[in-house]
Design a protein around this ligand. Structure first.
Ligand code: ADP
Length: 311
């Protein structure tokens, strides 16, 4: 039944119902009216009745289908625009490090370079290659998440250690105008849980990276709290914040909340889509609270699978 196209089903049903109506309604009229004049009048009313009922029926059926098509069209246009913006953005993001790699690899071939210059060029090539690798990984991650083929690979992870490591990694690389703070809610003994470490770390790194990207001065705070059977992680910043209207869209692929070139920082708009996918795989939820100009707070939950209670 599902394979029959709407227009065929509609056409055939219309003919069958119309035919049956003509056949039976005439029979009914004949049984009620003997007078030819009255019968002719009744047939006119019957005609009008049929036109009215079918008009209302057509209106609702067509409206339902056209509404569906219009929504699909709007979504296709939106997705097309996003893809175009993504392609423009990604080609810029790929070309910039590629130019760096090709340019400095060329320079490395020159003979009269000092040892320091050579080391510096190699550093630039490595940095640009890592940037490129990051973009390629993001694109691969997002397509893997979309196919739904990834499962969480759980192992014992001490989250206090993981978060402290992240603090140590980020502190030297964040803007010097920013203060970074970490709050741990559980004792070290209680903070060993079963979780996919790679995914949890990827989410936190992404959120911390964004906090640093979109905050010029003030603070970045992160940590977690125990809420019933979950752990609720947070990353807060005092940065540019996000417009209320765009708060839901930022978790979609390719979406960048600000179109202002000054604010549009490095990135291709995949980070939060990957975070959202990873948090879902970990069995939790990700959301944001933000006020434009004041800052943002990203929260996500994961189930608290304590090793202590599992043993
Ligand atoms: P990208 O950072 O590559 O643009 P993301 O998916 O990580 O992509 O983020 C999507 C958008 O959400 C960003 O372009 C930015 O506008 C907004 N955003 C994300 N994190 C923050 C934050 N901490 N503060 C303000 N805006 C943010």
């Amino acid at each position: 039944m599902k394979n029959i196209k709407f227009e065929y089903a509609f056409f055939v049903s219309y003919i069958i119902i119309g035919g049956l109506w003509i056949l039976f309604s005439d029979l009914v009229l004949y049984s009620f009216f003997d007078d030819a004049n009255l019968l002719s009048k009744a047939q006119t009313y019957k005609g009008w009745f049929y036109v009215l009922v079918t008009a209302v029926f057509f209106y609702f059926v067509l409206k339902k289908h056209l509404d569906k098509l219009r929504t699909a069209e709007q979504e296709a246009i939106k997705s097309d625009k996003l893809k175009t913006a993504f392609l423009q953005n990604i080609s810029h993001e790929i070309r910039t490090p590629m130019n760096g790699i090709v340019g400095f690899a060329d320079l490395l071939g020159e003979e009269d370079l000092s040892k320091e210059q050579r080391a510096e060029f190699l550093k630039i090539i490595a940095r640009n290659s890592n940037q490129l690798l990051g973009i390629i990984n993001d694109v691969l991650d997002v397509s893997l998440i979309e196919t739904g083929n990834i499962l969480a690979k759980e192992s014992e992870v001490n989250i206090n250690e993981l978060l402290t490591e992240l603090l140590d990694t980020f502190k030297p690389i964040i803007k010097p105008t920013l203060k970074m703070e970490l709050q741990l809610a559980l004792t070290d003994a209680d903070s060993t849980i079963l979780v996919d470490e790679v995914k949890l770390k990827q989410v936190l790194v992404n959120l911390l990276d964004n906090a640093n990207k979109y905050t010029e001065e003030g603070f970045i705070e992160f940590g977690y709290q125990k809420k019933q059977t979950n752990l609720e992680f947070y990353v807060r910043d005092s940065g540019i914040g996000i417009e209320t209207a765009k708060m839901e869209d930022i978790f979609e692929r390719f979406v960048q909340a600000s179109s202002e070139p000054k604010v549009l920082k490095r990135g291709v708009g995949l980070g939060l889509a990957i975070c959202e996918g990873n948090v879902r795989i970990l069995g939790g939820q990700l959301w944001v609270e933000s006020e434009q100009g004041k800052g943002s707070a990203f929260y996500f939950t994961i189930p608290y699978k304590s090793i202590v209670s599992v043993l």
